[in-house]
Design a protein around this ligand. Structure first.
Ligand SMILES: Nc1nc2c(ncn2[C@@H]2O[C@H](COP(=O)(O)OP(=O)(O)OP(=O)(O)O)[C@@H](O)[C@H]2O)c(=O)[nH]1
Ligand SMILES: [Zn+2]
Length: 214
């Protein structure tokens, strides 16, 4: 699993949430405030927030929001600090990383897969493969738009891995385009971001053929 929530911080050095006692002390999400707001929304749509099926809903939504927005309180530097000296200087690509994010315009989900690749720096040091998936979750678990998600992932790799090149391709279905509004279920949005040597046409073509080869 690549996911973590407010009770499951990324396994990385020095994060204060690792000792298991962090839960209340370090929680940055104001759950009572979310609960009050959800109760207001239920009233506003004409529901009875005190009926038995809804009475625990504000608490559940607050707990769910703490999880789906937990990326706001995690630092990609922590995740990408895990490095191995494998003397590998060629492309490393983790493809088809599934993730869920939340559209910041409508606060409904968008979800899909991310493909994340880089050409390591000249020192041949690489990061852990799972860390690339954790990086995706750190940025997905925030109010987002797909373009910024894509850019943030590639920029974090550039900053913390100092790669010779990096590429991120993200393919998503946006629930705000499926279940409401324009109502086009199945429509996919594809975004990409490329840095450094991955701009080279041959290198980029190699990465893209690996990404697209299903
Ligand atoms: N660029 C971009 N747009 C997004 C993303 N997620 C949702 N949107 C779009 O945000 C736009 C918001 O448009 P508005 O006209 O302000 O809101 P709206 O009336 O709800 O629009 P409709 O969704 O067309 O009904 C819509 O076109 C959405 O499709 C995203 O990740 N990136
Ligand atoms: Zn939306």
């Amino acid at each position: 699993m690549t996911h973590f929530d407010d009770d499951d911080a990324p396994a990385s050095a020095g994060h204060p949430a690792e000792d298991g006692s962090h839960h209340k002390k370090h929680e940055k999400v104001d759950r009572p405030r979310i609960e009050a707001a959800v109760r207001e929304i239920l009233l506003a749509i004409g529901e009875d927030p005190d009926r038995s099926g809804l009475v625990d809903t504000p608490r559940r939504v607050a707990k769910a929001y703490a999880e789906v927005f937990s990326g706001l309180h995690h630092d990609p530097a922590d995740v990408l600090s895990t490095k191995f000296d494998l003397d590998h200087e060629e492309l490393v690509l983790v493809k088809d990383i599934p993730f869920y994010s939340t559209c910041e315009h409508h606060l409904v989900p968008f979800h899909g897969v991310a493909h994340v690749g880089y050409i390591p720096s000249h020192d041949g040091k690489v990061t852990g493969l799972s860390k690339l998936a954790r990086l995706v979750d750190i940025y997905a678990r925030r109010p987002q738009v797909q373009e910024r998600l894509t850019t943030q992932i590639v920029e974090a790799m550039v900053s913390h891995l100092k790669p010779r090149g990096a590429i991120v391709v993200v393919e998503c279905e946006h629930m705000c385009m499926s279940m409401r509004g324009v109502r086009k279920p199945g429509a996919k949005t594809v975004t990409s971001a490329v840095r450094g040597q991955l701009h080279d046409p041959a290198t980029r073509a190699e990465a893209m053929s690996l990404i697209l080869g299903r």
